[in-house]
Design a binder for this molecule. Structure first.
Ligand SMILES: Nc1nc2c(c(=O)[nH]1)N[C@H]1C(S)=C(S)[C@@H](COP(=O)(O)OP(=O)(O)OC[C@H]3O[C@@H](n4cnc5c(=O)[nH]c(N)nc54)[C@H](O)[C@@H]3O)O[C@H]1N2
Ligand SMILES: Nc1nc2c(c(=O)[nH]1)N[C@H]1C(S)=C(S)[C@@H](COP(=O)(O)OP(=O)(O)OC[C@H]3O[C@@H](n4cnc5c(=O)[nH]c(N)nc54)[C@H](O)[C@@H]3O)O[C@H]1N2
Ligand code: SF4
Ligand SMILES: [Mo]
Length: 754
């Protein structure tokens, strides 16, 4: 085989960008990831890749990989069982719980991580077969406040065009290390170097992105609400609002103006710890720009006032007219909307705590309260797929207590995780390189990209995908519509036309069929798909919904056909596109067409948040508890962190333990040296840490990296934990009043030298 042909195409699974990569397999068994490089043919990343994927072999290979189902013994240890037993027992125990307590007592968590969203699509069938009603995933500990605001103001997900913006604004976001926009470092450097453009970073830390910034607003931790409110007041006071845009496109300006007209700008700037002159300069620069792009992330979404901050951020965007044009915010055409379901209005609530369900997700911080106690509607069983909630959610001790209290916990993963250790059954699956996978993180504009990845190599003996697992459980529950599977399989062999007729006829005859369609499609056509793309079967249906929403944009991408023939053309293009495809090409105006409100206008007023906005006037911004005088930012993204996807600590090239970063003044005062040991304590727990003295930190602000504190076999038969498991330190009650998102970036802490 020639060199060229050795390279196999896939994508990096370590952050939401899913950059296209090429892998050369090697090693004795041909299963090692010998060499990895960016894939120039990938339409979004175009050859770009950061430092993290070069050692993806640490995900694919190693002693963490499970090969057989595990069942808990009464003494707490695990025994390996065969698949037939596993499927039969798990299905029987779920069915028994459904009989006794109703399907709504079975809670579903996860369904995908940074690189794998197809399990979530198939879980629709599993959940329907179980009668399960409630679900959640990591989005409900970061993005649901933003989703609430978006649902009210715009009616869709927004992103911004940083590639072409004149001014780029990052709020609590450090894309140099966390990415989140395509080719992040290229784009950041371009903005920073061009004298006609401007990079604005709002971050208490001098982050790696702030190093490139033209304006760095070094806000005091947890005070962004005051800062953004002051910026809005400056817009109003200095007559910088884009009046034409507001008059033409928006609704509700008269309701919001009073909140900013009398606002004491100087006092709010002081509360945020940013010089007023700098706040005015940044605001004027944004308002004056031809276009401005905004990105808010965990620094504010996992912090005090998070939903309010998302609201103020959107107001800044809309009042400056930074929407629906090149270089500004847009609403992309989705393959599958990631945020769907209710915007979180009254009515849709969790069963025990009555918490607001946003985008169909129960807030992560209340999950323990939905399980513990004796409420008749409490969750009794949990199915966890591609997530590690015992480690990743607030208050790990309480999470463990709750998970142990369940009558049944099933964990689907490639490794034995902290959550898996508490499970009754651990069901191992093929890795993301041993099956077809994709994500619905498709946020590009005007050209949007979707990538269905082909398997690079077959799974080890006995392993298969989540689609296969869900189908087997549905079959064991007796819920698979077998006749539909047979009829559809036959129709696929005849023609697409015939297949579509049969599919839509079954759907019209049986309203319950819709939810079972994913596993039915998998069984009916999975094996007939080319390149080992069986798990892509569900995309046949998603392609049809996409065409019903966005036929024009899909046509502009060169994907054409009469009526629903276009959907089959889209499906075929996805199957053929080894490096991913551009599936939609929009015009800038399209974003306005996707605005949700009946009158097609952007809604400026979200009255539910007015009280929180007003309360800033009387709240004291930073009043840390005297016994916990530091603010711990619990979960900084660093060069070698990737949530808990990579368990092997050897993957990390530097900062192996994940140091606590401390400002030099604080370290000196406490007598802590660089590299020295210290104890960090919070109301929930404490941990021993290595200290890195860093002038990037403000006094009083300390930070620890995310994704640490995992155990891993050390080669001598022992499991060793490296670094701090952050959520031993966080508390589930520290959360946003509306969305229930955690305040991990604002964890009150105490620090002592050791
Ligand atoms: N390397 C790497 N990249 C990743 C990940 C990873 O694990 N490792 N994870 C991915 C995931 S799941 C996510 S959600 C994203 C998250 O991506 P980011 O949100 O960019 O990551 P963080 O480092 O958690 O936080 C960003 C910044 O918020 C700042 N911050 C802390 N407190 C405050 C505050 O009070 N106000 C403001 N304005 N800023 C504050 C921090 O100093 C930090 O620089 O990253 C993704 N990319
Ligand atoms: N204190 C604190 N806590 C945090 C954060 C923080 O900043 N601070 N960040 C939070 C954020 S933003 C996020 S997104 C969450 C992430 O936390 P989680 O949503 O729990 O996800 P991951 O840590 O990415 O875990 C993914 C799991 O999927 C498994 N996996 C990998 N490939 C496959 C596969 O093909 N199939 C299956 N079934 N499983 C697979 C991995 O082994 C791993 O166990 O963590 C959150 N927790
Ligand atoms: S930016 Fe994200 S997806 Fe791209 S190579 Fe880096 S970690 Fe992987
Ligand atoms: Mo995340």
């Amino acid at each position: 085989m020639s060199e060229k042909n050795d390279w196999k195409k896939t994508a990096c699974i370590l952050c939401e960008c899913n950059c296209g990569i090429e892998v050369q397999l090697g090693g004795e068994d041909g299963r090692r990831f010998a060499r990895i490089r960016g894939d120039k043919a990938h339409p979004a990343s175009r050859g770009y890749a950061c430092e993290k994927p070069s050692r993806l072999d640490y995900y694919q290979n190693g002693p963490h990989r499970l090969t057989r189902p595990l069942r808990r013994r009464s003494d707490g240890s695990f025994e390996e069982i065969d698949w037939e037993t596993a499927i039969r027992e798990v299905a029987a125990r779920l069915a028994a719980l459904r009989e006794r307590h109703g399907g709504e007592s079975i809670f579903y968590y996860g369904g995908g991580g940074q690189g794998n969203h197809l399990p979530g699509a198939y879980s629709r069938s599993l959940r329907a077969a179980l009668g399960s009603r409630y679900r959640s995933n990591a989005l409900a500990q970061e993005k649901t406040g933003e989703a609430f605001v978006n649902a009210h103001m715009l009616g869709g997900v927004t992103r911004s065009d940083f590639e072409h913006c004149e001014v780029g604004v990052f709020i609590g976001k450090n894309p140099w290390l966390s990415h989140g926009i395509p080719r992040a470092r290229v784009t950041l450097r371009e903005i920073s170097r061009d004298p006609a453009r401007c990079l604005i970073v709002i971050d208490p830390r001098r982050s790696e992105t702030a190093d490139l910034a033209n304006i760095h607003l070094a806000v005091k931790p947890g005070t962004d609400a005051w800062l953004l409110a002051a910026m809005l007041a400056v817009l109003v006071e200095e007559d910088l609002v884009d009046q034409d845009f507001v008059a033409e496109r928006c609704q509700g300006i008269e309701e919001i103006l009073p909140h900013f007209e009398a606002l004491p700008v100087a006092a709010y700037c002081e509360a945020a710890g940013v010089p007023e002159a700098q706040v005015r300069e940044a605001t004027r620069r944004i308002a004056r720009a031809e276009s401005a792009a905004f990105f808010e992330d965990l620094g504010v979404q996992m912090n005090r006032h998070s939903t309010l901050v998302s609201y103020l951020d959107r107001l800044l965007c809309l009042l400056t007219g930074s929407f629906g044009k090149r270089g500004a915010a847009y609403i992309p055409a989705p393959i599958q909307p990631l945020f769907s379901g209710s915007p979180g209005q009254a009515g849709h609530r969790s069963p025990v705590t009555g918490s607001r369900i946003i985008s169909g997700l129960v807030p992560c911080n209340v999950i323990p309260d939905e399980i513990l106690g004796d409420h008749p509607k409490r969750f009794r069983a949990m199915w966890v797929d591609a997530a590690n909630p015992a480690h990743s959610l607030a208050d790990a001790a309480r999470m463990r207590e709750a998970l142990s209290e369940l009558e049944l916990l099933v964990v689907v993963d490639v490794a034995l995780t902290e959550t898996g250790r508490l499970a009754d059954y651990v069901l191992p699956v093929a890795s993301q390189f041993e099956k077809a996978e994709a994500t619905f993180f498709n946020f590009e504009f005007p050209s949007n990209v979707f990538h269905l990845r082909r398997p690079l190599l077959p799974p080890p003996e006995g392993l298969f995908s989540e689609a296969e697992l869900d189908a087997r459980i549905v079959e064991a529950l007796g819920a698979m519509p077998e006749a539909a599977v047979e009829e559809l399989r036959g129709a696929w062999g005849e023609s697409r036309q015939r297949f579509r007729e049969v599919f839509f006829r079954i759907m019209a005859d049986d309203p319950d069929f819709f939810a079972m369609a994913p596993v039915v499609l998998y069984r009916a056509i999975g094996d007939a798909l080319p390149h080992g793309l069986a798990e892509g079967a569900v995309l046949w249906a998603l392609a049809h919904f996409a065409v019903q929403r966005d036929a024009e944009a899909i046509g502009r991408a060169g994907i054409r056909g009469e009526g629903l023939d276009q959907a089959d053309a889209l499906f075929d293009a996805i199957l053929a596109g080894e490096s991913g495809i551009v599936f939609a090409v929009d015009e800038w105006e399209a974003s306005f067409g996707r605005v949700g409100a009946a009158d097609g206008r952007l809604q400026l007023a979200v009255p539910e948040l007015f009280e929180a906005l007003q309360s800033l006037a009387t709240q004291r911004p930073g009043a840390p508890d005297a016994s916990f005088p530091f603010v711990l930012s619990a979960g900084e993204r660093r060069s070698f962190t990737a949530n808990t996807i990579l368990r092997n600590p050897e993957w990390r090239r530097k900062d192996a333990q994940g140091a606590l970063r401390v400002n030099p003044e604080d370290a000196h005062r406490l007598g802590i040296e660089d590299g020295g040991a210290a104890r960090i304590s919070t109301r929930r727990g404490n941990a021993e840490v290595r200290v890195e003295i860093s002038d990037r930190m403000q006094p009083g602000h300390v930070s620890l990296p995310n994704g640490m504190g995992l155990d891993y076999p050390d080669g001598e038969g022992e499991d060793r934990v490296t670094g701090v498991s952050l959520n031993e330190l966080t508390a589930s009650e520290d959360r946003d009043w509306l969305a229930g998102t955690p305040w991990h970036k604002y964890t009150p802490a105490r620090l002592e030298a050791l």
